[in-house]
Design a protein around this ligand. Structure first.
Ligand code: MF3
Ligand code: CO
Ligand code: CO
Length: 293
């Protein structure tokens, strides 16, 4: 026999025994649970619980401490392989795992992308030269949780073009992050980045995007770095995703090298990128991999 569910009034005392009104107590939890189920079903987006956010944040702290130490190593004459060795060892020492290693056949523990390399540079025999720019993109897995962030550094004395593209890429990420709040949309983030970068005379790479992160390396949603205000999925508290605009000083066209990973600009001109892992909070956002932009 089927029984009819009992309808609980908004203003009656909550059945959980809290002595609060139902509308101020478990009714909210019910709404939270239903949003969680809706985002999973409609978009395959995994909203994170507080304990999961704590774990991603802990992973992010490890990531940022390693990234800060990488920054100190950067100088002309350094082999990109040395960055891989350092990052790999630091991650292992912390009891974590480098997510890139063997990820879909990626052969190293960190992405190191110099000058015209947009992303997914494989560290190896390339040496850093004075005036280069170099992005280092780190993703540890700590206690099963992922955090993902990157920065572009100057090697020695920056050139005029180096200064410009690094500044525009950094400010693009900053503006993208600052649009994040419950009720804003993914399109708002893309619009903020694209409108700024293009107004600076730069171009936005479209083939690579930000992504949900935390329980897996690349989760839903895709976070485009171009777009239209008000379009795309509405942001809700508990969403965790990266924003990681790749900005070119020349044209946005690219190709991938024979190694099947290294993405480079067709015109050979500089590309720069900054990435952080961002949590949507009740009031706005929190970076789980914070650094100054
Ligand atoms: N860390 C990159 C990102 O931001 C992904 C690198 S995939 C790898 O999404 F295999 F190249 F490591
Ligand atoms: Co990423
Ligand atoms: Co990354």
């Amino acid at each position: 026999m089927k029984t009819k569910p009992v309808k609980i009034g908004r203003n009656t005392l909550c059945p959980c025994g809290s002595q609060k009104k139902y509308k101020n107590c478990c009714r909210n939890k019910k709404i939270e649970i239903s949003i969680k189920e809706e985002y999973k079903r409609k978009y395959d987006i995994l909203l994170k619980e507080p304990h999961q956010i704590q774990s991603i944040k802990k992973c992010g702290e490890l990531l940022i401490s390693i990234l800060n130490n990488v920054e100190k190593m950067i100088k002309p004459g350094l082999k990109t392989e040395a960055i891989n060795t350092f990052v790999h060892e630091e991650i292992i020492k912390a009891g974590a795992i480098p997510a890139p290693l063997n990820y879909r056949g990626f052969p190293k523990s960190v992405c190191v992308s110099v000058n015209e390399v947009i992303c997914h540079g494989i560290p190896g025999e390339r040496f850093l030269n004075d005036g280069d720019i170099v992005n280092v993109d780190i993703t540890p897995i700590l206690e099963g949780y992922y955090a993902d962030a990157s920065k572009t550094f100057f090697v020695g004395t920056p050139t005029k073009e180096g200064k410009k593209i690094v500044s525009v890429a950094s400010e693009s990420l900053k503006r993208g992050i600052q649009t994040v709040a419950p009720g804003a949309t993914l399109g708002d983030i893309g619009y903020a980045i694209q409108s700024y970068a293009e107004a600076c005379g730069c171009s936005v790479v479209r083939e690579f995007v930000g992504h949900g992160v935390g329980i897996d390396f690349h989760e839903q949603p895709q976070v485009l770095h171009f777009g239209t205000k008000g379009k795309g999925v509405t942001l809700v508290p508990g969403m965790v995703f990266t924003i990681e605009p790749m900005i070119n000083i020349g044209k946005r066209d690219l190709h991938v090298l024979e190694d099947r990973w290294t993405a480079v600009t067709n015109d050979g001109a500089f590309s720069a990128q900054f990435e952080q892992t961002i949590l949507v909070t009740e009031n706005g956002w929190e970076s789980l991999t914070p650094f100054e932009l």
